[in-house]
Design a protein around this ligand. Sequence first.
Ligand SMILES: Cc1cc2nc3c(=O)[nH]c(=O)nc-3n(C[C@H](O)[C@H](O)[C@H](O)COP(=O)(O)OP(=O)(O)OC[C@H]3O[C@@H](n4cnc5c(N)ncnc54)[C@H](O)[C@@H]3O)c2cc1C
Length: 297
Amino acid sequence: MNHDRLAKRIKSPLLRKEPLKLHTTWKVGGPADLFISLKYQEDLPEILDYSRQNRIPLFVFGSGSNLLVKDGGLKGIALQMGADFAGHSFRGRILRAKAGANLSRLASVTAEEGLSGLEFAAGIPGSAGGALLMNAGAYGGRIADIFHRALAITHAGEEELLKPADMEFGYRHTRLMERDTIIIWVELALTPGDPSLIREAVRKNMALRRERHPYEPSAGSVFKNPPQGPAGHFIEKAGLKGLEIGGARVSEKHANFIVNTGRARAEEILALMAKVQEEVYQKFGIALKPEVRVIGY
Ligand SMILES: Cc1cc2nc3c(=O)[nH]c(=O)nc-3n(C[C@H](O)[C@H](O)[C@H](O)COP(=O)(O)OP(=O)(O)OC[C@H]3O[C@@H](n4cnc5c(N)ncnc54)[C@H](O)[C@@H]3O)c2cc1C
């Protein structure tokens, strides 16, 4: 199938056999049969119809900062809601961000507006859509605390206006994770505050990240923190910092990060993740669960 029919009907850029390692922060991942970076919302019904009628699987993603795409790539359509689908506006203290808007940039923009609530997100490289789906959080804040409402479209093409009660927020979890829903925009309710204090909090959080996080390509924290404490603490105590499999290494700087030292394959990252889980389980009886989402074949 060469997908010419779809290519002729939409205005958003469409690429065939696009390596997904170009679109993930880990810089790994094989090709997607079809890669579309959504630019025009009016293309969405066409893409959804095409996927449904031809039984072609559709995977939606944002900045690819919490994804491990396997080396065999993705069958079907990879629909990116990223920089091509960004933008934001304010209505009083409500921020509306299109799904592809960069979360860290939104933290800076809201600080400039003298609106507090997103300081925790400074430096998180995800999109607004990805951050909502994952209930992203850091330094005591999380999306759930400021979520107002969001517009989503199901793969069947139905619009849904989502309110806090629809989300079932948990630790790095929302109900949307189990459903085929495309987030279009997200509204966050912020609180007016002193702009200089908000800017200072943003600067502090950025500085903490620079100090504590590695510079090499990664997907942030690999494992969720278990109830017993931070995952990184147990990985470090198990003596795993610096452990390497191929091009994948447990970061020396932050044990819950696995970095790509240059030419890592997803297979090597997966093998290292399994090794870390095995060692931590053997030493502490703790079963670490991945925070990153693994996709592809
Ligand atoms: C250096 C670094 C630091 C990080 N620090 C943190 C941190 O402090 N806290 C934290 O919570 N996370 C952190 N992360 C992880 C990541 O940035 C967040 O989980 C982020 O919210 C993911 O957003 P994304 O757009 O990259 O999502 P992606 O990785 O592209 O996708 C993640 C999931 O969201 C879904 N998704 C994305 N967009 C949409 C959409 N529009 N509609 C429907 N589903 C969608 C995808 O299908 C996938 O299941 C970090 C990552 C890195 C690389």
